[in-house]
Design a protein around this ligand. Structure first.
Ligand SMILES: O=P(O)(O)OC[C@H]1O[C@H](OP(=O)(O)OP(=O)(O)O)[C@H](O)[C@@H]1O
Ligand code: HPA
Ligand SMILES: [Mg+2]
Length: 167
């Protein structure tokens, strides 16, 4: 399987790690909304943005949460990004005071598409690769472009052979 990976490096994130990093993202965003510093709503980019968005909404006590469904990848292969489901138009407006959350920005194509729809929203991701950085307003950890990030929802605990194996 690993010989099929298009990237040299893998960055494996545990549930604990994404919880900590998403909390750090929330704390960084706290009080930085427009006007009084408050955010009107959190919008998760599905599916990867849903867990971080839930944690951000919980930390910042934001009860209005919606989703925008975008599909950009088939496994590790990038395809044309398209909107499968839009969020509530009355919540969104032009995006002012809306916190759009995703797990990561890679090429930036997903955020570019959402930005076109809601130019005044604030775009936050937990992880960022250099190519996508211009599309994200706030993020926590940067990884190199040739790193593939593995999220806990895509992994399972597995037995591994001891370093000193049978032969
Ligand atoms: O910056 P980009 O190159 O556009 O890539 C980043 C996007 O790709 C992944 O989503 P994906 O489309 O794989 O869907 P998923 O969240 O449902 O897994 C990831 O969760 C981001 O949303
Ligand atoms: O590095 C990545 N990991 C998981 N999903 C992704 N979608 C785009 N890039 C990535
Ligand atoms: Mg996604």
């Amino acid at each position: 399987m690993t010989d099929r990976l298009p990237h040299e490096k893998g960055f494996h994130i545990s549930w604990d790690q994404i919880h900590r990093d998403s909390r750090a993202l929330a704390w960084r965003l706290d009080g930085h909304g427009p006007d009084d510093g408050a955010w009107r709503a959190v919008v998760a980019i599905t599916r990867g943005g849903m867990a971080p968005a839930m944690i951000v909404a919980r930390e910042l006590d934001i009860r209005t949460v919606d989703t925008i469904s975008i599909k950009s990848y088939n496994n590790q292969e990038r395809t044309e990004a398209r909107v499968l489901k839009a969020p509530d138009a009355t919540i969104m407006g032009d995006g002012t005071g809306i916190l759009v959350v995703d797990d990561l920005v890679d090429s930036g194509k997903t955020l570019e598409l959402v930005r076109k729809l809601y130019p005044r929203a604030h775009f936050a991701t937990v992880y960022a690769k250099p190519q996508g950085r211009p599309q994200v307003d706030t993020f926590i950890t940067e990884v190199s472009q040739d790193t593939w990030i593995f999220f806990p929802w895509d992994m399972a605990l597995q037995y591994v052979e001891p370093y000193r194996g049978k032969d």
